[in-house]
Design a protein around this ligand. Structure first.
Ligand code: ADP
Ligand code: MG
Length: 277
């Protein structure tokens, strides 16, 4: 039965918690509504493990909505409707037998505006998501996890001597790296990033890009970006979303990033990636 299969899968995940994720994330025929307003129309996309997948396209074409569907945040919006499925390593995250917190833990999210808990210490910010996992940790396990996540987030060297200072005292770029570290602490299999550098200066942006390139070895990454240079620098695969006058958003074309920029199949992709939109 499917619940036996799920239980077996959960055992498998338990035993392999520290291994890199496997297949990645598969969105199949995703349509989305806000009330009567359809904003996505049968979007299918494989976001494979070991890759950075970039979602590009003009404002309002449903990229953020698509990301929120991938970690079950869309269903929190009153009136939100959804069709289709999202498979994480082959298992539907919307399966009724799977708990919501499970999907949230396995698929982390970083937003455009850094949102650490400003009054909470840097140390406690990193650990803030652990209640999702329900795991108890000793003080030394926590110390080790904070260090590991801050190293992976590219922030450790800057904050190691002031872990008790509030997250809100950091610069914008540092706050965003703190948010990345926080999302890593629950050991997600996928990290969704919605324009994570749009609010940051170029130096912070570069640091985060380097972080992303290293992280993809252990967590599948899906990033929305309006910056075409950034998409080319960091992504392996690219999907071009579009919503034409009153129609819901859909994927015009997707493929290896290099091909999307050098030999796009659709003239609208070509126009968009070359800034003629
Ligand atoms: P993008 O991230 O590509 O700019 P969004 O996913 O934010 O696009 O928005 C897609 C469409 O959904 C837009 O028409 C937007 O106005 C609409 N939309 C987004 N969020 C909501 C919401 N909470 N309620 C109603 N409509 C929304
Ligand atoms: Mg958006």
């Amino acid at each position: 039965t499917s619940s036996e299969a799920l239980a077996a899968y959960d055992d498998y995940l338990g035993a392999h918690r520290h291994l890199p994720s496997l297949a990645g994330l598969d969105a199949r025929d995703i349509s989305a509504w806000f009330g009567d307003h359809q904003v996505l129309d049968r979007v299918s996309l494989s976001m494979k493990a070991g890759r950075v997948t970039a979602l590009i396209g003009p404002s309002g074409c449903g990229k953020s909505t698509f990301l929120r569907i991938l970690n079950r945040m869309h269903e929190l919006v009153p009136g939100a409707g959804l069709a289709g499925e999202v498979l994480l390593d082959g298992v539907d995250i919307y399966d009724a037998a799977r708990r919501l917190t499970d999907a949230r833990r396995q698929v982390g999210m970083v937003f455009q505006k850094p949102n650490p808990f400003p009054a909470m210490s840097i140390y406690d910010n990193v650990l803030a998501g652990l209640k999702l996992t329900g795991q108890r940790k000793t003080r030394s396990e926590k110390d080790a996890l904070v260090e590991e996540c801050l190293i992976k987030g590219g922030l450790w060297r800057e904050v190691r001597d002031r872990l008790r200072q509030p997250g809100g005292a950091l610069s914008g770029g540092q706050q965003q790296r703190l948010c990345i570290a926080r999302s890593l602490a629950v050991r997600p299999r996928v990290l969704l990033m919605d324009e994570p550098c749009s609010a940051l200066d170029p130096t912070s942006t570069r640091v985060i890009e380097e972080t992303i390139k290293e992280l993809v070895a252990e967590v599948t990454i899906v990033i929305v970006t309006h910056n075409m240079q950034q998409a080319q620098r960091i992504s392996d695969h690219c999907a071009f979303f579009l919503a034409e006058q009153g129609t819901p958003g859909y994927i015009v074309e997707h493929g290896p990033t290099e091909a999307m920029f050098s030999t796009p199949q659709d003239p609208r992709t070509s126009d968009y990636v070359h800034g003629r939109f």
